[in-house]
Design a protein around this ligand. Structure first.
Ligand code: SAM
Length: 284
């Protein structure tokens, strides 16, 4: 706990990554990896194998591969990517110094620290202000201009990978906005936030399908909570709510597996959490 506190204090990242909760999540994620490594390794291997298989489906030149939500890179077959592509672009809100140092041996590897939703919080502030004034407009009015984000990447992307980022993508905006209370209008504010977060998710999904000829999406889509009394509670995560299962059916290649995310007692003595993960590769 103390180690994590100091890590949080001295971590070098943008003020947005810190203020909006991405840093806190990264540190919590790293600590979980340490505690649960043996349970998480099969999931890491599944992700790496799926992406490695995906490389074979890139026909023609392999100039640029972009990985969104690269984080700690444990789900990514980095050696394979740097061998196979001329340039590898890893994107996330933040990268630790350790990750940057470890992979600095690869000269064709680039770290891009940025928000794939191109500064969603500014749009969120506008939404909050308009809601307060009883004047919420069509949700398209609050969508960020993601062109700003894509311009930071090469235009020729031969393989695009969304590396287990989708289930988190809308959660940050949602939590940020729900902290802003609306006395007397809580229910309607919750619905507004929900609509806004879903629209952000859809916007990003549309971007993904436009950015490259070969797209890989890996995402946890559902949480299954196994309880001591032998009951199972299923909780849909964002991608399952918004991302149609049809979308995965249309993929050229698919896989799915269980990620032993939080075996008891990680979250509770009486519960074990298993995430259902889906992977798809689309040729567009
Ligand atoms: C579950 S982690 C992915 C793990 C990673 N693929 C790995 O191998 O360790 C999700 C990642 O998505 C990133 N992320 C979430 N929302 C983002 C956004 N709007 N822009 C950029 N990165 C984002 C988080 O910072 C986090 O590192």
């Amino acid at each position: 706990m103390i180690r994590e506190f100091f890590r949080y204090l001295f971590f070098r990242c943008s003020s947005d990554a810190r203020r909006l909760g991405y840093l806190y999540e990264l540190i919590a994620f790293e600590a979980r990896i340490e505690r649960l490594e043996k349970f998480w390794v099969p999931h890491f291997e599944k992700c790496r194998n799926f992406i490695s298989e995906g490389i074979k489906h890139v026909a023609g030149a392999k100039r640029n591969v972009v990985v969104l939500g690269a984080g700690t890179c444990l789900e990514i077959p980095l050696e394979k990517l740097v061998e196979s592509f001329e340039e590898v672009w890893l994107v996330d809100m933040l990268f630790s110094e350790k990750i940057r140092k470890t992979f600095s041996i690869f000269k064709n590897l680039h770290f891009v620290e940025t928000d794939v939703l191109a500064g969603w919080h500014k749009n969120s502030e506008r939404l909050f202000k308009d809601f307060t004034n009883g004047n919420v407009r069509d949700y398209t009015h609050y969508m960020p201009d993601t062109k700003d984000f894509w311009q930071k990447l090469p235009c020729e992307i031969d393989l695009l990978v969304s590396a287990n980022m989708l289930s988190q993508l809308s959660l940050f905006p949602e939590e940020f906005l729900l902290k802003k209370h609306h006395h007397g209008k809580a229910k309607s504010w919750e619905e507004t936030v929900n609509q806004f977060s879903s629209q952000l998710f859809r916007l990003h999904l549309t971007d993904l399908f436009k950015a490259s000829k070969v797209l890989i999406i890996i995402s946890d889509i559902k949480k299954c909570i196994f309880k001591k009394n032998n009951t199972v509670e299923q909780v849909q995560l964002y991608p399952e709510m918004v991302f149609n299962s049809n979308d995965f059916e249309q993929a050229f290649l698919t896989d799915e597996w269980n990620w032993n995310f939080a075996p008891s007692p990680e979250i509770s003595l009486n519960e074990s959490h298993v995430h259902k993960v889906k992977a798809g590769l689309w040729k567009i």
